[in-house]
Structures are given as structure tokens and as C-alpha cells.
Write a protein that binds this ligand. Sequence first.
Ligand code: PMT
Length: 399
Amino acid sequence: MNRFNGKNIIIGITGGIAGYKICDLIRLLVKENFNVEVIMTKSACEFITPLTIQTLTGNPVYTELFTLIKESKIGHISLAEKADCMVIAPATANVIGKIASGIADDLLTTTVLATKAPVLIVPSMNKNMWENPVVIENIKKISKYHTIMNPAEGLLACGVYGSGKLPEVDDIFEMIKIVLSPKPLLGKKVLVTAGPTIEEIDPVRFISNYSSGKMGYAIARVAKRLGAEVVLVSGRTALKKPYGVETHYVKSAKDMLNKCKEFIEDTDILVKCAAVADYKPESRADKKIKKGKDNKLTLNLIKNPDILFELSKYKKKGAIFIGFAAETEDAEKNAIQKLTNKNLDMIVVNNVAEKDAGFEKDTNRVILITKTGKLPLPLMTKEEVAYNIFDHLKSLSLT
Ligand code: PMT
């Protein structure tokens, strides 16, 4: 299931050097079955050609205000009505100024005035222009009506280092999904843990597990889309920080517990997806342990704190605690035991021995278990598992 299937995105490209990056944004959108239609200003056509954009979207590109398009409707009205979301990227200081003043002198600015869809504005310009008080004033004004995505910092095309760079294309892509999503979790604080913990044996070796962080990061992304304020406490992963999510990186179970403690008293929903090492070496060697003459090396392991159990002592009234259970046998029976022992409201059990589920995969097959029943789910993407967890909380009136 793709929750954004067929959504109509109208992209307005204005005359900035970052315009070429929008080709990648269009490719991401088209790949996930969005319908993309593009309006280009005259200056945008100096940087990239309408033919390139048309080839990528598979739709005609609109450049003129006074042309009739399909069904003989006036172009800007047709596009404005069709849009589920309008995105202006890159947005120059010029277009920002026009929108702030209600000027509608070309197809793009006219469509912005005519649409009732949410408008996402992604400015990109020279650092001095971005810091100009007039631009600052205009941004302040339009942010009352539209969503602004602040530019990134970096080396700009003009050779200057600073703020004004187009944000990364996959962050714009994620922001479009945030803008398009309903907000049932608005006002909720969600704390998510993800990835593996690491317990050091010596400076070069550690005990860990196969968690990639994919499941937990999907939960954090989806919670953000649904309107929550999200904190992610992550073990070591190769994944990019989810856009708009406050992310903290930790190593050991003890670090994870301490970091979670900083947020737990304010947390409305905790989703403890991290794969935590149950045991750690009794002591960590300061220097690399040398290979000895013996064929054996014995490591003494001691129990780590149970993070979920410890955090339950600080649980805010009305908060929901969700755990995961990674099982290879008697999955349901073991998960129900964990639901009770760890004082949880829900446990999400996955059989990590299945070939298309559990560690490192993009898909998962889980059962959502609460004190009142269970909901087995078929194989689906980890993102879809995340949506199902939050939908289930709603259906149980837990949120
Ligand atoms: O990261 P991926 O590659 O996408 O893989 C996803 C996953 C398989 C890691 C994920 O779906 C999952 O199952 N996470 C839970 C892993 C785990 O530690 O399961 P467990 O059954 O050992 O622990 C049960 C619960 O107690 C978990 O919520 C765990 O975070 C928590 N726990 C465990 C030990 C401990 N000392 N403290 C804890 O809080």
C-alpha cells in the first residue's frame, strides 16, 4: 500500500541554479507514483529545459499564463484545483517577494493565489540575498500562509559559504509527504529508539547485533508525518537522520537508557524498537586483547539494565509504551510474557528467522499484541508497519 499513490504535485521551478536538482526530486516522486506537473518561469527555462522536465514527468510543462490546457480550462485554475500540494523549488527572492505582495503576473504566481492546496516553498539563493531584511520580512509574511523549508548551509554556486543552498532533494521529498499527511498525532511527543546497541570488549571489538535501524527510523519518519514531535535515540546505523526528527546517537545500552531518561517524563508515546544487548562484558579492556597461546578466551558477561522496565518508572500518566519482540520461536507466547514483564501497552512481535522479515530487510511481518487482543499483519514495508502501529493505537482509543 502506498499512502501517496496518485497524489497530484504541482511543482513550480523558478530561475535559480539549483533548478537542475529538481530533476532528481521529480524522479523520486514519479518512482513512488505521484502525478507530477510542472510550471516553469521564464528564468527557470534559462537553467533547464522544459523538454527535460517533460521527459521526466511524462506530462506537458506549463510556461505561459495565457494558454488553454486540457478540457479547455484556464491553465492556472485547472492546475490550482488539481493540486494536492504545490511545491516551489527553488524559490528565488523574486518569487518570494511576489507571493508576499499578492502579485500574480505569470502562471506560477497566479496558480499560487488560486490554489487551496498546501504550498511548500523551498528558497534557494545567494547568502546575502537570503540575509537581506526585505527577504526576511517577506519570508515571515508568507510563512503565515505557506510552509517554508529553510535553505541548507554549504558552499553556494556563487562560491560563497553560508546559508542559501537548496535542501537535499530527499529531504524535500520527505517534507512533501509531511505536508500531505493528516496529523492525528499533533501535540504528541513520541520517543523512538532504533538500531543496535554496542558493548565494547576492548578498544577494537564489541558485542552487537544485526539491527540496521530501518524499522525504528521508519517509525520515527511516520510519527513525524502524522504530526508528532519526534525524538529518535539511535544506535550505530548507516541510515540518514530522518528529516525533522531530533536525533541522538548512542553506543551502549547504558547510554541509550541515560539518553531516553532525558525525554521520558515528557513522552506521550514510547516506541522501543532498538535491539538492545541483553549482556555486556563484565569489564572493558583498556588495550587491545592480544591473541594468547590458549585456544580459548573466556569473556565474562553481565546483564545490561532492562531499558523498557527502567523507563516505566518515569512513565507519564496516560503515556503509551510500545515494545518490540524479536523472536525465533514461540513468538506470540514470548511476546505476551514481555508485554507483562515490561509493563507495556503494546508489543510488536516479529519472527526474525523469517527470510523477508526482521533484521536488515525493507519489509516486516508483525503481530500487534495488546492486553485486549492481537492483530496479525501480512508482509508489508517497514513504513507501512509503522502506519499500522499508530492506526491501531487510534482504533483502540489509546491516542
Ligand atoms: O533495525 P532493523 O534491521 O530494521 O530490524 C528491526 C528489528 C528486528 C531490530 C526490530 O523489528 C525489533 O524486533 N526490535 C526489538 C529487538 C529486541 O531487542 O527484541 P527483544 O525481544 O530482545 O527485546 C524486547 C523489548 O525490550 C524491545 O523493545 C527492546 O528494545 C527492549 N529491551 C531489550 C533488552 C534490554 N536490555 N532493554 C530493553 O529495553
